[in-house]
Ligand binder design. Sequence first.
Ligand code: CP
Ligand code: NVA
Length: 308
Amino acid sequence: MNHFLDIHKTDAHELHAIVDQATAMKQARLGRPKVAPDDELPLDGRMVALIFEKPSTRTRVSFDVGVRQMGGQSMVLSGKDMQLGHGETIADTARVLSRYVDMIMIRTFDETVLTEMAEYADVPVINGLTDRTHPCQIMADVMTYQEHRGSIKGKKVVWLGDGNNVCASFLHAAGQFEFDLTFAGPAQLDPEADFMGFARSKGSQIQVERDAYKAVEGADLIVADTWVSMHDSQSSKERRHNMLRPYQVNEHLMSFAKPDALFMHCLPAHREEEVTSAVMDGPQSVIFDEAENRLHAQKAVMRWCLGV
Ligand code: CP
Ligand code: NVA
């Protein structure tokens, strides 16, 4: 069994194999009704617990549907309704859940909740987002890039805005999938040095650029995310907006990237804040393919976790 905790903690060959399997599984489903089970049912008889300590639309629905398509069953649990949210330790929760279910996906705040869950669970644990990382999202994003433009190896990705959890997983992916990444944002919101250090240690070119226009020159892929994440205090909203406004992705900024550059956003997006509707709904945007590919990528992640 394997835990899927973070992209830098998973072997690069295995990450590539997961993306390839996700693409193959997506192809195999073409033309079928969305809810129809797959021809193969690798999760037949398996139960998966999906725990959410934060809100979710994509992660919740894509995991739930993915389990069902593969013949398994899932239960969605809200952290605050569990004893976990009322003082029971993570370790005890992990030991108990392992007696009932075959796999656990958790979305939580502090990443130590995730790592402790993995340490004490006898079943695979999957990271469905923490304050620091969001690996499932980036597996879907790499898959989406590959689908539209072929291999992401050697490409220039530009992240605009807050150096947040999604940015961190993009940096991990830069190292593992061998692409370069330029971060463009205010110094106060730089990604943690560890994340950049990992990518650089694998040979990726990681640049930090304060000028959004310079950053996007020669870009193959432009990525944005919300300026205020779920773990950020609402009282920081105005300060963050003021700092981040120069990094809004709009059509003018896109025109400085390569003409065939793609635009990605993990969603949910705040239209006319970090990105304009003209870009989100424009010809370079692949945001809804990314959302769809959460389903396919996570199905392959779950198979890898269970070895099925
Ligand atoms: N991108 C993403 O994880 O979306 P949700 O918060 O809706 O799950
Ligand atoms: N950075 C965002 C991603 C949401 C999917 C957040 O953590 O709220």
